[in-house]
Design a protein around this ligand. Sequence first.
Ligand code: TRH
Length: 363
Amino acid sequence: MAAMQLHWDIFCRVIDNFGDIGVCWRLARQLVAEHGREVRLWVDDLASLQPLCPSVDPLKSRQLYQGVEICLWAEDAAVDCPADVVIEAFACDLPAAYLAEMSQCSPKPCWINLEYLSAESWAEECHGMASPHPTLPLIKYFFFPGFSAKTGGLLRENDLFAKRDRFIAATPTIDSLEVSLFCYDKAPVGALLDAFRDSAISIVCHVPPGKPLTAVQAHLGGSGPWQLGNALIQPIPFMPIDDFDRLLWRCDINFVRGEDSFVRAQWAGKPFVWHVYPQDDGAHLTKLEAFLGCYGEGLDEQMKTVVRRMFVAWNLGRNIASAWQGFVDSRTAISRHTQQWAERLAANPDLATALVKFCAANV
Ligand code: TRH
């Protein structure tokens, strides 16, 4: 029986937005809470973690929070004694000195490259692939999150559904349709707001700060809140990460983006619309189609078309009014399907558990 790999280092280089750090924070916290690991989370930009975890002090180079040792990954940071498992998040490149030290360890640390989430089939083919370092006696393994048992699965805390269901049961509903709007600035927000304005049902739309609110303000002017016909467009503050889950659980329809909020909306079991992180070469549209292909399983052809039209309209910026009308008219059926989808996904091991098992098998 391999010795328990107690010490884990997670390295996170924040590219932009919040998803990189959101994913790494969730993983670090879960490894501590559910797997008894001692985790150091090395982050090059603590200011990006602070909005998600307000108790984190962005000026402290080392701090312990929720059992995780949060370390500022400054270029000259002395990253001492490599851990038993080293997670290089999103191919962020480990510090050269740390890599050299890893090569001196015996046994060698298990070195994981945690990849971005994709529903594309190549993620299954590449999941678990070993890549020997060109000059050092080290092997890096590619670990792909995903929606099937042939991948590393998705981040999911073991009490997530119970917490969700308790919250929903205890939260009074309002007469209006509650919508959360978390998107990139290139989303066709103006067209969506026009559709909300013309809506026969009353809507409350919650708009977080940053790119979503900027896009709303560009269309409506001023700083809000705004009453557009039956729709109240309500700016909200950026929430701590667990409060954001509760927003997704409370709303009837969630517009989400990137990777982490995209996954959390699926766990919420409510209709959601995904704004894919835009890529210049259009690769994000391939990611979108791949996801629609697997999420659509179990939906009848008419519903598949309704969902696809909404996702494509939102990502391509056209036909929003008609796509929205079809989507909102079908929200009950889509909600039922999304709950079943979440249950299906939860039948796979969660990503943290899959990682622990993979690393134990690749000491
Ligand atoms: O912020 P994002 O656009 O992050 C993106 C994606 O991760 C993308 O895959 C990556 O390539 C790019 O960064 C560099 O979207 P995402 O992934 O949803 O991450 C947002 C995080 O912010 C998520 O963990 C939820 C959290 N959040 C809060 O905690 N509170 C809030 O109020 C809001 C709006 C978000």
